[in-house]
Design a protein around this ligand. Structure first.
Ligand code: F6R
Length: 641
């Protein structure tokens, strides 16, 4: 199926679908970014072939960043396996950091060659990427020439875009003019925060860039913008539904009549038709939608569920729901009970209790449990309280750390341990070579195998300290060191059979009744998502085994997001003492405390974030009218059969 075959393509400015009446930019929502990327690659390939047939060059405007990676991967595949030639392609990249050397692994020059140009037959002279090393005296003229060069080859036939959390396209940050051309620009703080992981810290992120202008982008005949993951949901809502404003430069795309936004479910989650469909059109009221709507109404009005009235429902687009359910009274009780039944202090099930209204089964009193933790601390950060309860309640709990987490250990921390080891064992060559390496390491150097090993070992000892504190025997702790992660850089390899075989072997050995995993879908290319994909593949491979009939999978969310109240299927409350115990377990991960490397845009430490989040979940439950707990950890069930 092509993008053009997708049902809401019928949207035009003149005749919108009822459903999309709040939207000012045509967009198509896909279940997965992979599936969507393949279709985008197909559209690009068709354009290249069509132009080739007409004996014309195909002028492509290209983007970097995480969003287009799969598109490029598919274009490379089409070249290698289906003979797609790029000989008639002339490419112009949107932007480059300034100042930035081509050879730097963080440069967009490097990125484009690594992901696309080195694998296809594009002519080197047809590749245009802003030169991050142009002297400041020549910069102004250079930008004018870049602009002129695009015009001289006939203008952009297709422009591929991502979107930044500031609403930037290219590096056109808030304040950019509608008619701006290629120029140098100062990067917004949020953009630099988002780029920090790739540069191993915000201090290393350049402050400036060269970017094509808004005017340059809008001159393209066709524009496709890619947006994946819930991190992009808010800015996409503003861009698609908001007024045109320089504060959100992507809103200028509302004036381009051949633009499509290709987004996944996470990225679409704030659009009115997705978030609150009852405000848009008549709804088919499924049970999950009813709960979502009632929770939304209660939060909107700041009124506990049991106090919502017929009038509240009618005034907020839910009169259809009321007619279906009878009265507010009946609907309120039904939804309140649903939420009430998610709460349990027995995450492994309460033995001998009536479990018809409990999230977990009462039978199999001693369950075998695997907690998958993408990095060696997500277990305690995201579900330390539940982990503790499972152990205390006598279940056979196993922790599986999926990756070594070595890149998140700073060089200073590693040097400290290497120097201690060296003092204990002065003649050790390996330790000396680690010390020598770390002392002269520059930003561009990838850690040696020995340094990575040391960093991984630091995280192992921290993990064991935390799991012992929570009463777990070392033999129940498994370090999987999945190979996809072991590149020594931020960019990881694709998942391979080797990774999923390791996951399968562990599941087969333990034959668990419960699996917990990080269902953190915020970043489609992040480690959490890859670790979850590895689990999904393993479950698919193993689901036909008898023992898997008894296996339930629960997803927790990572350090960044929490499930919405209406999505929660198991809520495990914590007492103030349990909150403290969880805090101490997180403290054992010393290398991740105090100004860690991958803090993201949130300056709170992980234990603070975890506590704030768990407290907030409890508060939300309380505001809905449920009991008042100190903190709650939340889970959603994943059905793999
Ligand atoms: C990249 C570019 C930027 C990115 C945007 C989103 O060439 O111009 O506008 O498209 O910052 O980045 P990702 O895709 O990494 O989320």
């Amino acid at each position: 199926m092509k993008i053009a075959d997708h049902k809401n393509i019928a949207y035009t400015k003149a005749g919108k679908f009822e459903e999309t009446r709040f939207e000012k930019i045509h967009n198509v929502i896909f279940n997965s970014s992979n599936e969507a990327s393949l279709l985008v690659a197909q559209e690009i390939a068709s354009l290249i072939r069509e132009k080739e047939y007409q004996n014309q060059p195909c002028v492509l405007g290209l983007a970097t960043g995480s969003s287009p990676i799969k598109v490029y991967e598919e274009l490379v595949r089409l070249h290698k396996e289906e003979g797609l030639s790029f000989a008639n392609v002339i490419s112009f990249n949107l932007d480059e950091y300034y100042a930035m050397d081509k050879s730097n692994i963080q440069s967009y020059f490097y990125f484009m060659h690594e992901h696309l140009f080195s694998h296809i037959d594009i002519l080197p002279e047809n590749v245009n990427i802003p030169d991050g090393k142009i002297s400041s005296e020549n910069l102004y003229q250079y930008c004018i020439d870049y602009e002129m060069k695009i015009k001289s080859v006939g203008g952009l036939d297709l422009q591929l875009l991502g979107i930044g959390r500031t609403g930037h396209i290219g590096f056109n940050e808030p304040g950019s003019h509608y008619n701006s051309g290629t120029r140098s620009i100062t990067l917004d703080h949020i953009t630099r925060v988002d780029a920090a992981p790739a540069f191993l810290g915000i201090d290393n992120v350049p402050r400036k860039a060269i970017t094509m202008g808004i005017g340059t982008v809008l001159s393209a005949k066709r524009i496709i913008l890619l947006g994946w993951g819930v991190n992009k949901a808010e800015i996409l809502k503003k861009t698609i539904e908001g007024e045109i404003t320089a504060e959100v430069p992507a809103t200028y795309l509302q004036q381009h009549d051949n633009t499509t936004f290709i987004i996944d479910e996470g990225a679409s989650s704030e659009l009115t038709r997705v978030k609150t469909p009852w405000l848009v059109t008549t709804c088919v009221w499924s049970e999950p939608l009813k709960l979502k709507a009632v929770v939304w109404l209660s939060e909107l009005l700041g009124t506990p569920i049991l106090k919502l009235t017929d009038k509240n429902y009618n005034n907020n687009g839910m009169s259809g729901l009321l007619t279906e359910e009878g009265t507010a009274y009946h609907l309120n009780i039904k939804m309140f009970n649903k939420l009430q039944h998610t709460i349990t202090g027995w995450p492994g099930g309460k033995p001998s209790a009536d479990d018809s209204n409990r999230p977990e089964r009462a039978d199999i009193p001693r369950k075998k449990v695997i907690i998958f933790s993408p990095h060696p601390d997500d277990d305690v950060i995201s579900m330390g309280g539940t982990f503790d309860r499972l152990v205390e309640q006598g279940h056979d709990v196993h922790i599986a750390y999926q990756t070594s987490g070595n890149i998140a250990v700073s060089d200073e921390e590693a040097l400290k341990f290497a120097e201690i080891t060296q003092s204990l064992c002065p003649g050790c060559h390996e330790t000396q070579s680690i010390i020598n390496f770390l002392k002269i390491k520059t930003d561009n150097d990838i850690d040696s195998d020995e340094v990575r090993q040391l960093k991984g070992l630091i995280r192992r000892s921290e993990s064991l300290a935390a799991t012992r504190y929570l009463g777990l025997n070392d033999k129940n702790v498994h370090f999987l060191d999945l190979p996809f992660y072991e590149t020594g850089t931020i960019k990881k390899n694709n998942l391979s059979k080797e990774d999923t075989d390791i996951m399968c072997r562990l599941i087969e050995t333990i034959k668990p009744h419960q699996i917990y995993a990080a269902g953190d879908l915020a970043d489609p290319h992040g480690t959490h998502k890859v670790c979850l994909d590895a689990l999904f593949i393993a479950l698919e491979d193993l689901k036909h085994n008898d023992y898997m009939n008894d296996c339930w999978v629960w997803l927790y969310r990572g350090a960044w997001h929490e499930w919405e109240s209406y999505q929660i299927e198991m809520a495990v409350p914590m007492s103030p003492d349990q909150v403290l115990k969880k805090r101490h377990a997180i403290f054992y991960h010393q290398s991740q405390k105090d100004g860690v490397m991958f803090q993201g845009g949130d300056s709170r430490e992980f234990w603070v974030r975890a506590e704030d989040r768990n407290r907030l979940t409890a508060k939300k439950y309380n505001d809905l009218g449920l009991a008042d707990y100190a903190a709650i950890e939340a889970f959603k069930r994943y059905h793999f059969k």
